[in-house]
Design a protein around this ligand. Structure first.
Ligand SMILES: Nc1ncnc2c1ncn2[C@@H]1O[C@H](COP(=O)(O)OP(=O)(O)OP(=O)(O)O)[C@@H](O)[C@H]1O
Ligand SMILES: [Mg+2]
Length: 402
């Protein structure tokens, strides 16, 4: 979560509605029932809810600021787990039963995120996080334990994820971060995909809108859990095809049609998944101005290589050599390409992504379906970036990246 304005995208769309912090508008807060999956919570009111309703109805613990001060040893700098646009994240300790602060090293470890930014948008994201994570439960979503709202203090208390974020493992260099193997990368991709599929399949669909490697947290077995629901939105209802929103997200991950129109669908998350999957396959960041010109935007540079079975090795992380079969590499590259299709309808659903990644784990990609999910011919050109019915500006040409 957070408001890292250097990377975050934010622009008004014509349909954006106003917001009042006490009686919360529909914009971002009207979550409906999510009881379709066995992991989901019990029924959730469909109507938009006020701040008090959101806080009272969640089963989260309300921590006092002094409790969290004790749990984190007064927010000591050496207990910082990471920094984001929202603020710093600290390591702390609480008793597993009573959830009260304990001595460091006893009880369970927690991660405490402390909002350090004044203002309305930070509060809105803080509340949205509580609204969603207070009600959605799944093995691939990080568990929110509680929150603190006291004077100007806004904090969130999560389960501690021992291996930190996928971003650190993929891009940090140094003895602490060894390159992740092919099979670990596939495990992370599959478990993160399951988290997104759960959100999309909920009876009242949730669009995550901020899928990126820093929001994928890892447990000790490299199972991924999605964190940061501050930008999440309810999906379209009734006969609506999309929700109209402000364009928000993180540079390099947002789908082209969303950037161009503000129209948000679950397929926007699928595109972001494609970007992240490509980062996992290549070991390269979605955007990196330090790369040679023509390679700053990973998707634009890599796409032509992905649809050529003999050239995909230009894109694959050299540190993975010898760990995968050619058929696996082809299948993985093809999955990334499908998710990155220009036409949203040509992208697979997250259920299809999960199924393909499961096959990749089991069968080594030798089976059929290596050339897509049976998309019509019209989709092939969209996936392969050839002539296509709709054109959107290349993400790097969007004024939002100015
Ligand atoms: N529950 C957790 N357990 C362990 N480490 C965590 C946890 N939550 C966050 N972190 C660490 O803190 C870092 C900062 O997280 P945060 O969500 O605030 O920002 P971010 O995702 O890096 O950036 P952004 O603000 O753009 O979302 C993460 O990258 C991760 O390393
Ligand atoms: Mg984050």
């Amino acid at each position: 979560m957070g408001l890292c304005w250097s990377n975050r995208i934010k622009a008004e769309s014509p349909s954006h509605t106003g917001f009042n912090s006490k009686s919360v508008s529909k914009d971002g807060f009207g979550i409906g029932s999510v009881s379709s999956s066995k992991f989901s919570s019990s029924s959730i009111p469909i109507t938009p809810r006020s701040e008090d309703e959101i806080l009272e109805s969640s089963k989260l613990k309300s921590f006092s600021f002094s409790e969290l001060k004790t749990a984190t040893r007064n927010f000591r700098p050496d207990s910082v787990l990471g920094e984001g646009g929202f603020g710093s994240v600290f390591k702390g300790w609480i008793d597993e039963q009573t959830l009260t602060a304990t001595k460091p090293g006893t009880g369970i470890i927690i991660a405490v995120k402390r909002l350090n930014q004044e203002g309305f948008q930070g509060h809105k994201e803080w509340l949205t996080e509580i609204n969603y994570l207070g009600q959605l439960y799944h093995p691939n979503l990080v568990k929110l334990i509680g929150y603190c709202l006291e004077d100007d203090h806004r904090l969130l208390v999560y389960e501690y994820m021992p291996k930190g974020s996928m971003e650190n493992h993929l891009f940090r260099r140094g003895s602490h971060f060894q390159p992740l193997s092919w099979s670990v990368r596939m495990t992370v991709a599959l478990s993160a995909a399951r988290g997104l599929a759960f959100l999309h399949n909920a009876e009242s669909q949730v669009i995550y809108r901020d899928f990126k490697t820093s929001n994928i947290l890892l447990d000790s077995n490299y199972n991924a859990k999605l964190s940061d629901f501050g930008l999440a939105r309810d999906g379209p209802t009734g006969d609506k095809s999309h929700v109209s929103t402000r364009v928000m997200g993180t540079r390099g991950y947002a789908a082209p049609e969303y950037l161009a129109t503000g129209h948000l669908t679950a397929k926007s998350d699928v595109y972001s998944f494609g970007v992240v999957f490509l980062e996992m396959l290549s070991g390269l960041r979605a955007i990196d101005k330090n790369r040679p010109s023509g390679q700053h935007n990973l998707v634009e540079w890599a796409k032509p290589y992905l649809n050529n079975n003999r050239r995909i090795f230009h894109v694959l992380d050299a540190r993975l050599q010898g760990q995968y079969s050619i058929s696996r590499a082809q299948k993985a590259a093809n999955l990334a390409l499908e998710c990155l299709a220009v036409e949203p309808k040509c992208r697979p659903s997250m259920d299809e992504v999960v199924a393909t990644l499961e096959q990749l784990q089991d069968a080594g990609g030798k089976d059929n379906n290596a050339n897509g999910h049976g998309q019509a011919k019209s989709c092939r050109s969209s996936i392969n970036d050839g002539p296509r019915p709709t054109t959107y500006p290349r993400p790097s040409n969007s004024p939002l990246f100015a």
